[in-house]
Design a binder for this molecule. Structure first.
Ligand code: G6P
Length: 353
């Protein structure tokens, strides 16, 4: 059936709203028949938003399975002459399954003797066909060029791979499995209170630049937030590892520069560090917009705006913290009068190298 906007102004808003169901469906995805016992190293290859999902997967796989995991931009992968063999599991992440950079990286990995697992949203597309196994995400068709529900479902699939790799090595993470089951309802709750983000978007639409900071899994979320804003609003936006600010990027901050900060949960060892990073940018005039867990009051004195997200285990937090970034980018682009679903110069699926 042809996709319709179903009452939304943009496909992107519709697809953002579909995320709870897409995540629920992907949690039920059939895991492929693939032996994970001999995996000594994992390499993830992907482009764009899928690459950011891969970065987050890297943290989860190393933490849960204690297997070394490299995350590579597919377009760069072959040129570093990567070290691969039969004990390497390569994971190719692609919504479309047709991205040429990812396909060429996959072929290189196979030629070196590695096994390839595809994480893909498109049945029967080229990347899953050429892989040894495939774990499908169940996002349904994604029409908007900027990826939203595909990203969240890629994360869910990556988490499942991380848990399976952990199980193959005797680790059990029952707490994470339980927490994943709660995510669709938590996303539903998060999506009911987006009015504050809309208002904020209106404010930010005239900014000269917007910076994003985070640490650990909050760092790829910051990169993803910045990518969305570049793609849709054509604004200068950049994501940084918050600890790296002092080594250069803090020079970008002047009076009123919006800085969107991904704050870890209060119990997290990095919470205090990110709070310090937020204070540092604020002392230089930044307007601090903090994405914080519900109930975390410690940040209130240092935040000009607080966006609340539901409580999750640290590694799952990107499933929540990404959502306000998506809405923000969509609304800023709309406020600037851009075509949210069809940004200039971009294609949904890039089938050239
Ligand atoms: C294109 C799209 C991006 C997407 C990337 C990877 O550049 O504009 O939104 O993240 O390709 O796409 P894939 O289908 O491989 O996930």
């Amino acid at each position: 059936a042809a996709a319709t906007k179903g009452g939304y102004d943009f496909y992107m808003l519709k697809e953002i709203a579909e995320q709870p169901q897409a995540v629920a469906d992907t949690l039920l995805s059939r895991f492929p028949d693939l032996s994970l016992d001999e995996v000594r190293k994992v390499v993830i290859i992907a482009c764009g938003t899928a690459y950011h999902a891969g970065m987050i997967a890297g943290y989860a796989i190393e933490q849960w399975a204690r297997i070394p995991c490299d995350v590579e931009l597919a377009s760069e992968f072959r040129y570093k002459d990567p070290i691969l063999d039969a004990s390497t599991l390569v994971i190719a992440i692609s919504q479309s399954g047709e991205t040429m950079d990812t396909l060429m990286a996959l072929r290189h990995a196979k030629a070196q003797g590695a096994r390839v697992l595809a994480i893909c949203n498109t049945n029967g597309s080229t990347i899953p066909r050429e892989s040894d196994a495939v774990l499908y995400t169940h996002g349904g068709p994604e029409i908007a060029v900027a990826s939203t529900k595909a990203f969240l479902t890629q994360l869910v699939a990556c988490y499942q791979v991380g848990l399976r790799l952990g199980a193959a090595r005797g680790f059990s993470h029952a707490d994470v499995t339980a927490a994943l089951r709660a995510v669709p309802d938590q996303l539903r709750a998060l999506l009911t209170r987006t009015d504050e983000i809309r208002e904020l978007a209106y404010d930010l639409a005239t900014a000269r630049q917007v910076l994003f900071i985070g640490r650990h899994v909050g760092y790829p979320v910051a990169l993803e937030g910045a990518l969305k804003l570049k793609e849709l609003a054509y604004m200068h936006a950049e994501g940084f590892a918050a600890g790296e600010l002092k080594h250069g990027p803090i020079a970008l901050i002047d009076e009123g520069t919006p800085v969107i900060c991904v704050l870890p949960a209060p119990g997290d060892p990095l919470h205090g560090k990110v709070v310090s990073n937020i204070q540092e940018v604020r002392a230089r005039g930044a307007r601090t917009i903090v994405i914080a867990e519900e109930g975390d009051e410690t940040i209130v004195p240092f935040a000009d705006d607080v966006i609340r997200v539901p409580v999750t285990p640290a590694l799952l937090a990107p499933l929540m913290t990404t959502v306000p970034m998506q809405i923000l980018a969509c609304e800023i682009a709309a406020a600037r009068g851009h075509d949210v679903d069809q940004p200039r110069n971009l294609a949904k699926s890039v089938t050239v190298e």
